[in-house]
Design a protein around this ligand. Structure first.
Ligand code: NI
Length: 424
């Protein structure tokens, strides 16, 4: 090959690359445009306090005033209900995006229950965020006849009469891919154990459905009363990763206990002070991580006392709890260490798997009310593990507390000479 041809080839390849990147740029832009209908949602939270229970209400925000106001108004009403009676035992907001004739509709349902009372409400919004009529989807006259047909088979005439009188456009619809469910919340009486409803299969809606629809996306926001407690603990730190762990904990309002090593305390005094400032508890994991059962009493006390000094120097505070390295202790340790010993019964094995998925799976599988979970703030994988486990545990009703907060909640006084694997 002659030299000139090589040059030409290089130019050719460069121009192909330029063209390709231009095409990719253009197509990416297009993608963003179509995705902007019902913009990205965000999971927001309101916290209300009721009988010592924190109730976090999760709800979607659409960054559109009109849509968001509908949701906020509902949430505010819910808060009013809370103040008068008890808080909702559960709240669920579902929303689905439908494709109908190249136009998108959003249906969201709010289901909340205060003890046995259930509140159900659904809204249909069009892609310009206006409240839409179900007329866009159904022939409402025909639908009403169908509803009355079904009601006659299922309910007494007094209920059917009320259904006949109700406004068809104001019913609570749940539209799934293969069925339509209509809830008659207003018709629920105290003697009924559930809200009256009618279910019509989609195949029986043929002459009633005006358009074909399919569910584009579906989301669920669930809120449960948070009445469980779990104490996450982090050993062997502080390390360079601790700050990232602190960032995630902050996001979930989680308080944890750090069992830190005395010989790291002066280097990481800034981190220790941040931990305390953000509501966490810092406790002792001894000075240099030696198995206390292998030491003479004087060496054992040196491990404890030098940690106390290092901690006090770094933070001005005093140690209140000790976790023996490897979880090893015996009678001599119990009688010589003048602090309660804190062990664990949820072992995430993070030190061996160093894998966010595995660590979080173990945590989620073994979590229980009063449990103490063992992790280490030495591994980057734990940052991701927390991002997986915390929202799931929160959804199951857990509060994340320090060992001291948990013992207060359970009215347990931690005593020296005792070792604790959980609190009850
Ligand atoms: Ni350790």
């Amino acid at each position: 090959m002659r030299k000139l041809n090589v040059k030409k080839l290089v130019y050719f390849i460069i121009s192909i690359i330029l063209m390709l990147s231009f095409i990719i740029l253009i197509s990416n832009n297009k993608k963003e445009l179509t995705a902007s209908v019902f913009k990205k949602t965000e999971n927001k939270q309101i916290t209300t306090i009721d009988n010592n229970h924190e109730v976090n209400i999760n709800y979607p925000m659409f960054y559109n005033e009109e849509t968001d106001n509908v949701i906020l108004e509902y949430i505010n009403n819910l808060n009013d209900i809370n103040n008068k009676q008890s808080s909702p035992t559960s709240l669920q907001i579902d929303y689905k995006i439908y494709n109908i004739d190249n136009y998108k509709y959003l249906l969201f349902d709010i289901v909340s229950s205060v003890d046995d009372d259930m509140v159900y409400k659904s809204y249909l919004l069009d892609q310009d965020n206006n409240i839409a009529s179900y007329d866009n989807i159904f022939d409402l006259d025909k639908l009403k006849n169908k509803i009355i047909d079904y009601s006659n088979k299922k309910y007494a005439s007094t209920i059917v009469k009320k259904i006949e009188e109700s406004d068809i456009n104001n019913l609570n619809y749940l539209i799934n891919n293969d069925e339509l469910i209509i809830y008659f919340y207003e018709l629920k009486t105290s003697s009924m154990s559930y809200v009256p409803f009618i279910k019509i299969l989609k195949k029986n809606l043929k002459d009633i459905l005006k358009v074909e629809y399919d569910i584009d996306k579906s989301y669920t926001f669930k809120t449960v009363k948070k009445d469980k407690y779990i104490a996450l603990t982090f050993d062997d730190g502080p390390s360079d990763y601790t700050k990232y762990i602190l960032d995630v904990l902050k996001e979930y309002n989680a308080h944890v206990t750090f069992f830190s090593l005395g010989n790291r305390m002066s280097t990481y005094s800034k981190i220790l002070n941040r931990e305390i400032e953000e509501g966490h508890l810092v406790a002792s994991h001894t000075y240099s991580h030696k198995d206390l059962t292998s030491l003479s009493v004087s060496k054992m006390l040196e491990e404890i006392n030098s940690t106390n000094i290092a901690f006090n120097k770094a933070t001005g505070k005093k140690i209140t709890l000790v976790r023996p390295p490897y979880g090893n202790y015996d009678k001599t340790v119990l009688s010589n260490v003048s602090y309660p010993l804190i062990l664990w019964n949820i072992d995430t094995k993070d030190w061996s798997n160093r894998n966010a998925k595995k660590t979080s799976n173990i945590m989620l599988k073994k979590a229980f009310n009063g449990g103490i979970a063992l992790m280490h703030d030495l591994y980057e994988s734990n940052v991701e593990a927390l991002k997986i486990a915390l929202p799931e545990l929160e959804a199951r009703g857990y509060n994340f507390v320090t060992i001291e907060e948990m013992s207060n909640k359970f009215n347990v006084t931690l005593k020296k000479g005792n070792a604790y694997r959980y609190i009850e």
